[in-house]
Design a protein around this ligand. Structure first.
Ligand code: ADP
Ligand code: MG
Length: 701
């Protein structure tokens, strides 16, 4: 990076040590580079000036030009406010401040001409601008205001130190002046020409101070492309590297274990999608390279079965497998499913979780070290434990978004060569997002459900219909079905959420009294042992209703459960609702998902929930979720260990640019896989610019 851009932000004129500290803490800005790449979140057209006579109470933000005639202080000592009379040729209004009174009065002396910017509000019979932005009309500012004005996100703390959007904007001007002529191009000229992109310097100037709308668009395109291009280049290089340098065990053989299972135990045909994915996996396993594959498929599409067959191939080649699940309940369930499938095949399966007893562990350890155990299922106890494998050749990770990168890496330490990796996720990640999140993984998709499933019917209901809901539940129970009732749990520490759950549980117990009905409850504050007992109650059919927090979100398989009631559904993200809904519809009976909301919800919330009613397609839902909420909110991305805060690109809207960027990166790497040629040296620097967080982010191995 250019030396000047590495300069500590405190040395920028107008910043200093105190503001630098704040910028760092609040926005993560520590260098000139960080500030220059701190992009506006919106632009306001400041070419239009209103006249005071035109103002009414319900205008959005407006801009006026006139004089401050004078100030007065009003109100009791503690509730003082400062009021300025502001006039143009057509009339007078009042500007009002509640904070920073003396600072305002001394900064904008009366008698001068100012531009003020704010939202008019009606106050009794008069109209005010409360806390407007004020700016003296000077020559330079006339120029700045002649165009679209950039606005930056700030925080309350920053504003208290007068680091408002406006001040940040001015700092950008200072910085741009200082870096003028010193900014190096980051993208090769031929690429700029081919894509019709403007230069970096021109783009950075116009991002902060757009000459006009056309230049702003060009600037944004250039910076979005740059960002996505370097992220993709980085990911693809890692992939090339992995393929070249990381050898994997060749699992050429399909033998006894697999065949016994396939011919004797599997009573149904694989779906076409499952067959295709198995072929993809077998090609990887036989290639002599390490497999790094993401297996995507909607809830219930049959991923676990694919994982199982993959582990059997490992066993046929004398290697052990580990299957890692994010929760104890899910690990237990995988263990049960897999042990059932493998009964009589001679394949040995073990379970290791946080609550495995010491004596059990000892036996497990011995069997693993001795190579008698073929498949170990577990939670991240697998990583933390003193487990030593004899020959670990395959790692399957379920619902991987719950694991951090570092956690994954620790599994590999347990073997000398890198084992093959299959990552299963039921969160249907839109293609654009998958490309960015898992750019260096190969992707397999199971896009077909096993036959004979009836689509789940989804119904939207509000609180006033609760009696009807209970009636419906009674009827379903009479028919022998079981029911989930799920409460949102925004965070484990949220006492409010537990209150909701407790109240809900009580009202259900009242409406469904024992001994006629059985009601179980599970939530995150219970001990694993208690949870397990409660779940068991439900799984074995002794309880007809399971009241739960999102604990059950992942993987619970109770085919007899046919109704999923989701309380306060408006508080969940769509993808999460979809995951929850996937808990039912596993048997042959008609299943239902009832989305309960409070009586009044916003139009936006209603729109989101309608999507759930209209489609069962996880990919469509994930796409809508991404568009409606932005990628930062998509489940799991925060925990994924991947820096998600793109500076300017928006994965929901910029999929075309992403595709272009990826293709461009691909083309360059095809010619020069390690970027060794002189003209590609600049690209190495560019990758670095966008890789500040972690050297191995998004890397699986
Ligand atoms: P996922 O892991 O993708 O949620 P599972 O592998 O748990 O899905 O499969 C869900 C259910 O469907 C299981 O009961 C499984 O036995 C069954 N199943 C899987 N594949 C098929 C198939 N091809 N035909 C019929 N049933 C299947
Ligand atoms: Mg599953």
């Amino acid at each position: 990076m250019e030396k000047i851009l590495q300069t500590d932000i405190k040395y920028l004129q107008g910043v200093g040590p105190r503001r630098a500290e704040l910028l760092k803490k609040e926005l993560g800005i520590t260098t000139f580079f960080d500030l220059l790449y701190y992009f506006p979140y919106k632009y306001i057209d400041r070419t239009r000036f209103y006249r005071i006579s035109e103002i009414s109470g319900d205008l959005p933000y407006i801009q006026l030009r006139g004089r401050i005639e004078g100030y007065r202080m009003i109100g009791a000592p503690r509730k003082k406010r400062l009021v300025a009379r502001f006039s143009d040729d057509t009339g007078t209004i009042e500007l009002v401040w509640f904070r920073g009174l003396s600072w305002v009065a001394s900064s904008y002396p009366p008698g001068k001409e100012y531009i003020v910017f704010g939202k008019p509000t009606r106050f009794g019979s008069s109209i005010n601008l409360v806390h407007p932005e004020v700016e003296e009309v000077t020559e330079t500012e006339k120029k700045i205001n002649a165009a679209l004005q950039a606005h930056y996100s700030t925080t309350e703390k920053l504003k208290n130190q007068f680091l408002t959007s406006r001040v940040i904007h001015k700092l950008q001007a200072t910085l741009l002046k200082q870096t003028a002529g010193k900014l190096e191009e980051t993208l090769p000229l031929p690429l700029l020409r081919e894509k019709g992109l403007i230069s970096r310097e021109e783009a950075l100037i116009n991002i902060h101070y757009p000459k006009d709308a056309v230049m702003l668009e060009k600037a944004r395109l250039r910076m979005k492309f740059e960002e996505l291009f370097f992220i993709q280049l980085n990911l693809l290089m890692q992939k090339v590297n992995r393929i070249k340098h990381v050898r994997g065990y060749p699992f050429g053989k399909v033998g006894e274990y697999f065949n016994r299972f396939y011919h004797d135990k599997l009573h149904f045909e694989l779906t076409e999608a499952q067959k295709r994915v198995m072929k993809e996996i077998r090609r990887d396993l036989g290639s002599g390279r390490q497999m790094n594959r993401l297996l995507q498929g909607d809830v219930g599409s049959g991923k676990t079965l694919v994982a199982l067959m993959t582990m059997l191939i490992a066993a046929d080649n004398d290697y052990q497998s580990a299957l890692m699940a994010p929760t104890e309940i899910l690990a237990q369930q995988h263990y049960n499913t897999i042990s059932n499938w493998l009964e009589g095949t001679g394949v040995r399966v073990g379970l290791l979780t946080g609550s495995s007893k010491k004596s059990e562990r000892k036996i497990l350890h011995d069997q693993l070290r001795g190579g008698e155990m073929h498949i170990l299922v577990g939670t991240h106890a697998l990583i933390e434990d003193e487990v030593q494998f004899h020959k670990l050749g395959m790692v399957v990770i379920d619902e991987q978004h719950r694991f951090g990168v570092a956690q994954r890496a620790r599994l590999w330490e347990k073997s000398d060569l890198l084992p093959h990796v299959l990552v299963m996720t039921a969160t249907p990640i839109p293609r654009t997002l998958a490309m960015t999140l898992y750019g260096d993984l190969d992707v397999s998709v199971i896009d077909e459900m096993p036959p004979g499933r009836k689509p789940i019917k989804t119904i939207l209901m509000n609180d006033s219909k609760r009696e009807r809901l209970f009636g419906f539940m009674r009827q379903q129970i009479r028919e022998g079905r079981q029911i989930y009732v799920v409460y949102p749990l925004i965070s484990e520490s949220e006492a409010m959420d537990y209150k909701d759950l407790e109240d809900g549980y009580e009202s259900i117990v009242r409406a469904f009294p024992s001994p006629e009905y059985g009601v179980s409850v599970v939530h995150g504050r219970m001990k694993p042992r208690e949870k397990e007992i409660s779940m068991k109650h439900f799984i074995e059919g002794r309880a007809q209703i399971l009241v739960a927090t999102t604990v059950i979100e992942v993987g619970v398989d109770v085919p007899n459960a046919s109704v999923m009631v989701i309380e306060s559904a408006e508080r969940f993200g769509l993808s999460q609702l979809h995951q929850l809904r996937g808990r039912v519809g596993r048997g042959a009976d008609q299943s239902w998902c009832i989305l309960m909301t409070s009586y009044k919800i916003s139009n936006d919330a209603r729109k989101r929930l309608r999507i759930m009613v209209e489609t069962n397609d996880g990919f469509k839902i994930a796409d809508s979720d991404l568009k409606l909420r932005g990628p930062g909110d998509i489940e799991g991305t925060q925990q994924s260990g991947i820096p998600f805060n793109l500076r300017i690109a928006n994965l929901a809207q910029d999929s075309q640019i992403l595709q272009l960027a990826r293709d461009a990166a691909d083309k360059i790497l095809k010619k020069d896989p390690e970027l060794n040629s002189p003209e590609n040296q600049m690209l190495k620097k560019g990758i670095h610019l966008y890789d500040k967080n972690d050297k191995d982010w998004s890397r699986i191995s």
